[in-house]
Structures are given as C-alpha cells and as structure tokens.
Design a binder for this molecule. Structure first.
Ligand code: CS2
Length: 512
C-alpha cells in the first residue's frame, strides 16, 4: 500500500483484497434481502445481534438481511452507509485480536429528523422482526414501576402528534397501526436492552399509546405482535478514534464503523414470536420459556459489578473498568458484594453455577484490551440501578439480610452525581436524565447527608416508596454518603471491606 495515499475505505470492492487473517462474509451479499429491522445501530448491536445474524447467514442463508435505523444521533449514512453496511468487528482479549467483516446489515436509514423513513421500513410487509437497542431511557418508562412515563416530553409530543411521533414507543405504535391498516402481517418486536422484563416493558409502553386510539389497534397488537423478553450480553464499549486508527495501522484500510468487543457473548430469548423468526438458536442463542433467571443473573452480577466499579472507580480517579478492577480494594469490594449479597438473591439458572459465573464475570472485567470508560458505564445510572442494585437490595431487606456492600454501590451512584454539582466542585460532567435534578438537590441541601439522602430517596420514579421508607436502607445510604462525599472515599470503602463476612450468608444455590 502506498504510504502517502489515504487508506482505502472499507466497502464491497475492498473485501476480496483484505488480508487473509480477516474473516469475511462467506455468503453472497448481493443475494441478501432485508427481512428484519434494527433500531439503534450502536456498538452493541454491531458487536452482538448483527454478528449472530452474520453467523446465521453463513450457515443457513435466508432472507434475514438487517435494515439498520437510527432515530437519534449519530448519523449512519456517513459511516456504515458509505461502506454499504460493512464494518470490522474486532474481538480483543489482552494482547490478542481477531478481526472479522460483518455483512448482515444491508441498508441503513437515518430517521433523526423525522419518523417517516423509520416508519417506511417498520411498516413494510418485508419486515417480520424488529430488534431494538435504544438504551434504557429509550423506553420512556418509569424505572421504578415500568409504566409509560406520560410526563416524558417525547411522550407528551407523541400523544398530541400520533401520526408523526418522536419516541420509540410512539414510532412503534404508529408503525403497527400502518401494518394493521395495510397488509396486516404479524411481527415480533424484540428488545435487546438491559432492562428487566424488557419485552413486558416494551409491550406496556407501546400498548399504553395504542390503547388511546379508537381504531382497535390495541386488540390488533394483542393478536398479531409478540414482545419476547431477552437477555443480551457482550461488553462492547463505544468505538474510540484509537480503535479506528488501530484498524488503519494494522490492516491498512479506513473503517468508520469499527466495533471492538470481548470474546464472551450470550443471547437468551423468550420463545414467544409472531410471524417468521431468524433461527438464531442455530448459532448459539438460546430460545427459552422464561428469561427471568438469566436476566437477574446478568444484570445483578455482571452489570451490577460494572456500575459499582464505574462510580467507585471514578471516585478513586480511575479511567476504565479494567483499571478499577485492577485496584485490590475495589476488586475485593466488588467480589464480596457479589458473592455475599448478590448471589443469594438469584434464582437457579439452568446450566449455570452462580459462583463460577461471578468468577467468569470478574475475569471478563479484567480484560485490559477492552477500554470501557467508567464514565460511559456511569451514564444514565438512574435508569440502571433499579435492576442492578435496588432490586437485590429490596429482596435482601425483605429477608432481613445485610446490605452493607450493595448500599455502598447505590451511594456510589449518588456521590457520582452529587459531585458533579456546583456546590460539590463540578468534578466531572455527567449524562443522566436525573443528573440536573440531583445536582440541584445537592446545591440546595449541601453536605447535610441526612437531608440529602431524604431528598434523593424521595424521587419515587427511581426509589419505590416502600424501599425509600425502610429505616435500614436509609441509614445505610446516609452512612454511605458520609463516607463517599468525604475527602477520602476509598478509606470508607476500606472500612466496609474490613467488615466480617456476613454472618447470615446463605450458601448460593448451585444449579443441577
Ligand atoms: C454497561 C453495559 O454501559 C453499561 O451500562 O454496563 O453496556 C454492559 O457492558 C453490557 O450490558 C454487557 O453485556
């Protein structure tokens, strides 16, 4: 390659000339028809569902090309669009790299300015399956209850403008209405976001809008649309300029849509479909009757550890998950939290030994080649802590069990937001729908931790009132705030780690 010429951009013409150690699609992409759509083409989709689909197309070719839709930034036409949907998926583990070109995305659609392009695709009779990764807040639900947040600005807009919606629930309700009024074909809407019972939440928010129409849409949806729940897993941080640069340096071409992930992947899907379904179960996904035990395990163990390491990691001045877990104190803290407090809350999971799962999760987090920024994981923490931390806390309190570690993780999240306020020194910018509100409370209340805890726990869309009123929980939160808002937050973490192993520790349930 000519050193002075700009590197060639990835695209169909370049594929046959790529280095032999890069895996390429083994099927004929020109014969690939679009059979499903995906909303939210971020790093996670490219590293997870699109890879499973690519595997499926390689082994059982069928009409399951993906139309990738973004209804929020970033724009796709300038990146994936210019590359005919092709991109490089790198799997990294410490010094090892495995490169593969994924070909399952056949077309991309930018629908950030108007819902019309998205609706065209979603209402098409060719589309039998719609997958979604729109982040936790994309569902416009109340985290503590799962109901549609009718006060959400996008929902207020969509209730007034149902034909030209803005929100995910609004766009899906309108697309289903167009399907009902035209070809009437059934469709499966498959949430791939990290919220508990994600299929139930998606059905709730879509049906809450549909039931306000007087044309029978809600009944049509009940009869023709499936909303399976799913557990999805692979650590795939936002792509950085360094990742794009690395592909250029190592492989000699430019790819604006590179994605980097870890070797581990898992996808457990509730077997509840409408219409035709891509047989992802032939390529490693599991179709099961009940996803709940899997989602509890994943969200409470892996995601719970990530959130804890992220916020405590930022408080300790550490940049990435792998830096946080390399810190002996934080590693001890998170292991004790998971084994002593989280594991006893889990249901038995078919084929999985919980302690082994904890060790495997911690090993994944130690992967130094995955540059997952603590601030990225701390983003939208208000939408994450219910399923990752508060649900296990509630269950433990009901049984009279200690919450010494889990409560510190919750105060870690609070301290992360509090310290972004003017009164606490604007330590870092945060991105969270509740960020301004909590910073505002911190500015108003200051260092009176009892009053601060009361003000934050009164946010009933995050903390359900029964939990917020629990005396043990409140006291633990006040103690946590005293410790983590002080000059040496890690001294407090050390103090908690010095506690003897919980006397009431029950042996974690081992699967058969
Ligand atoms: C992370 C997740 O940013 C976050 O909230 O905890 O994206 C996490 O990496 C994935 O759920 C792993 O499957």
């Amino acid at each position: 390659m000519n050193a002075s010429a700009p590197p060639e951009r990835l695209g169909p013409k370049l594929i046959s000339r790529l280095r032999s150690d890069i895996q390429k699609p083994s099927y004929d992409r020109t014969a690939l028809a679009a059979g499903m759509a995906h909303i939210g083409v971020g790093a996670f989709h490219r590293c997870h569902q699109a890879e499973y689909t690519d595997d499926l197309l390689s082994s059982h070719f069928d009409r399951w090309g993906v139309v990738g839709i973004n209804i929020r930034p970033p724009n796709l036409s300038q990146t994936l669009g210019r590359q005919s949907g092709l991109y490089t998926r790198l799997i990294r583990e410490d010094a090892q790299v495995e490169a593969r070109i994924i070909g399952s995305i056949v077309r991309v659609v930018d629908s950030q300015d108007s819902a019309a392009p998205a609706l065209d695709v979603l209402a098409s009779a060719d589309i039998d399956m719609v997958t979604l990764t729109v982040t936790e807040k994309g569902y416009c639900h109340v985290p503590s209850s799962g109901a549609l947040d009718v006060g959400h600005p996008d929902i207020v807009h969509d209730l007034a403008n149902p034909l030209m919606p803005r929100s995910v629930p609004g766009i899906l309700a309108r697309a289903l209405e167009l399907r009902m009024n035209s070809h009437g074909r059934p469709v499966t809407l498959l949430s791939c976001d990290n919220i508990p019972t994600n299929g139930v939440i998606l059905a709730n928010v879509v049906q809450a809008l549909a039931s306000r129409r007087s044309n029978g849409l809600a009944d049509w949806i009940a009869a023709n649309v499936a909303f399976p729940s799913a557990m999805v897993d692979r650590i795939a941080p936002a792509t950085s300029p360094a990742d794009i640069e690395a592909v250029e340096q190592h492989f000699g071409y430019r790819d604006a849509a590179v994605v980097v992930g870890e070797p581990f992947r898992q996808w457990v899907i509730e077997q509840k479909f409408a219409g035709r379904v891509p047989r992802w179960d032939r390529v490693g996904a599991s179709f099961v009757g009940d996803v709940t035990p899997f989602e509890h395990l994943k969200m409470r163990v892996l995601n719970g550890a990530q959130t804890t390491l992220a916020t405590l990691g930022v408080l300790a001045g550490l940049e990435h998950t792998s830096d946080a877990i390399a810190d002996p104190l934080l590693a001890t803290f998170v292991r004790r939290m998971l084994t002593e407090e989280t594991l006893p809350t889990l249901m038995p999971v078919p084929g999985m030994a919980p302690l082994a799962y904890v060790e495997q999760s911690l090993a994944r987090l130690r992967n130094t080649a995955i540059r997952h920024r603590n601030h990225q994981i701390a983003t939208d923490g208000s939408q994450k802590i219910v399923q990752r931390l508060l649900n296990p806390i509630r269950e433990r309190l009901q049984r009279g069990d200690s919450i010494a570690f889990l409560s510190v993780a919750v105060t870690g999240w609070m301290a992360y937001l509090i310290r972004s306020s003017a009164r606490f020194g604007r330590r870092w910018p945060v991105s969270d729908p509740y960020g301004d509100r909590i910073a505002g409370l911190a500015d108003a209340v200051g260092a009176d931790t009892k009053a601060l805890a009361a003000a934050i726990l009164a946010i009933d869309t995050i903390f359900d009132p029964e939990l917020a009123a629990n005396g043990d929980f409140r006291n633990a939160i006040i103690a946590g705030l005293d410790g983590l808002l002080g000059d040496d937050p890690m001294a407090f973490v050390r103090q908690v780690c010095a506690l003897p192993t919980a006397a009431r520790l029950k042996r974690p349930t081992q699967s058969a």
